[in-house]
Design a protein around this ligand. Structure first.
Ligand code: HEM
Length: 386
């Protein structure tokens, strides 16, 4: 994570140009394409739903960031990116990232020094990160030189470079598309796994949402972005997915730039501060029965504040939130329109989450079937060929 300062501001501005509310809408066709592939995968192999979610998130991000048309199975770019995510999740779940942030000198300690195993860990995964970022970037450059590069964030950024571009500007064309995968894929997968878990645990919510979708599509087509304003209950369900188990329960750690006093406590400059997003989203006085998955809480005349805080706040608020919301929306409405999600043999999955910066429901099994023959035919019929 870059410290606050001019370089961070420039990076954030560059990111914003590709992921603000307006530009993010340009990615909707790519998101829908990945969702349709997800539906097909769920139809063919429902037990592997978790893997299909990873593939979907990978497809969305690699196509937006690099214009990569990922293979339906065994795509090498997705495989490398998944290895990186695995490494990131190991590092964050062991609190190494935080440890390193607090004590960066650990990197310079000899291997026998307590805590210095982080150096060994980092040395294992840094080359993988490098290959994840460096390889697709080189491919885009080569494709641009041949005049056959599809539109992508990387292509747009490379084309903006000229002979006067600084080292930092060149680095940014690599950093931004790579960063999108690092922060975007895992978070999207986590929210969608939470969605599956909630649907198995709260079947009456699932039924209500499906009834609303059917009332708009008559069950004769799959929903698309033009239906977005028509869904009220589904909208509330998605807010509840984000609130019920926030993807990053303690946000991303921040460091104080100057001394501060909060509630009478003196906090010196340089202290690390965490935002307890989980506590904000489980405040009894604002969200009664906070542990219950209850979309109706958003449908009263004076609803609670929307769960914006799950994306952080202030000058470091999540920059991918517009795109993330669209991907999650497209996946959830289409899954609800097409599939029945149930516990296996009436045994509800356990609501157990991993720790780490990004938190996931631990592995669970589901019984996922098409809602009808018509739903299965729609899934088959509308998949874009990749
Ligand atoms: C459900 C999905 C997501 C959730 C819940 C989420 C949540 C968060 C949170 C809590 C932060 C820390 C904000 C803070 O410190 O106040 C963050 C930062 C960030 N997110 Fe997301 N995120 C999601 C998806 C994405 C996606 C898809 C992208 C990229 C397209 C993205 C890009 C970023 C970036 C670039 C930052 C760092 C901002 C900075 O430090 O300046 N996120 N996200």
């Amino acid at each position: 994570m870059l410290p606050y300062g001019d370089r961070w501001r420039r990076l954030r501005r560059a990111f914003h140009a590709h992921f603000d509310a307006t530009t993010s809408k340009e990615y909707r066709p790519l998101e829908m394409q990945a969702v349709q592939r997800l539906l097909r995968n769920l139809l063919e192999n429902p037990d592997n739903f978790s893997q299909h979610l990873k593939h979907m998130a990978g497809q969305v991000i690699l196509s937006i960031a690099y214009g990569i048309d990922v293979r339906p199975e065994g795509d090498p770019h997705v495989a490398v990116a998944e290895a990186v995510l695995e490494a990131v999740s190991v590092v964050s779940s062991n609190s190494w990232a935080m440890l390193l942030d607090m004590m960066p000198w650990l990197l310079y300690m000899p291997g026998w020094f307590p805590g210095a195993s982080i150096k060994h860990e980092a040395s294992k995964w840094l080359p993988i990160v490098d290959s994840m970022i460096g390889k697709p970037h080189a491919e885009v450059k080569a494709a641009l030189a041949d005049g056959r590069a599809p539109p992508s964030v990387a292509a747009k950024m490379i084309l903006q470079l000229d002979e006067n571009s600084s080292e930092e500007e060149i680095w940014t064309t690599k950093a931004i598309p790579g960063f999108v995968y690092l922060v975007g894929a895992d978070t999207t997968v986590s929210s969608l796994r939470t969605f599956f878990l909630a649907m198995a645990l709260y079947p009456e919510v699932q039924r209500k949402a499906q009834a609303e979708i059917d009332s708009i599509t008559s069950g004769s087509r799959l929903p698309d972005f033009s239906d977005m304003a028509s869904f009220t209950y589904v909208d509330a369900l998605i807010k509840e997915v984000l609130r019920w188990h926030p993807v990053a329960p303690l946000g991303i750690p921040r460091r104080l730039m100057e001394d501060d006093i909060y509630n009478g406590y003196f906090i010196p400059a340089g202290s690390m501060v965490m935002s307890n997003i989980w506590a904000i989203m489980h405040d009894h006085s604002i969200y009664p029965e906070p542990n219950r998955f209850y979309p109706e809480r958003w449908l009263v005349p004076d609803p609670p504040p929307s769960p914006e805080a799950v994306f952080g706040h202030g000058r470091r608020i999540c920059q991918g939130r517009f795109m993330a919301r669209d991907s999650i929306w497209a996946a959830i409405v289409n899954i609800l329109a097409s599939f029945e999600i149930k516990s296996v043999n009436g045994n509800p999955p356990k609501e157990v989450y991993t720790s780490g910066i990004v938190s996931y429901p631990e592995a669970f099994e589901l019984d996922i079937r098409p809602r009808s023959d018509v739903a299965a035919a729609l899934v088959h019929g509308t998949v874009f060929e990749c």
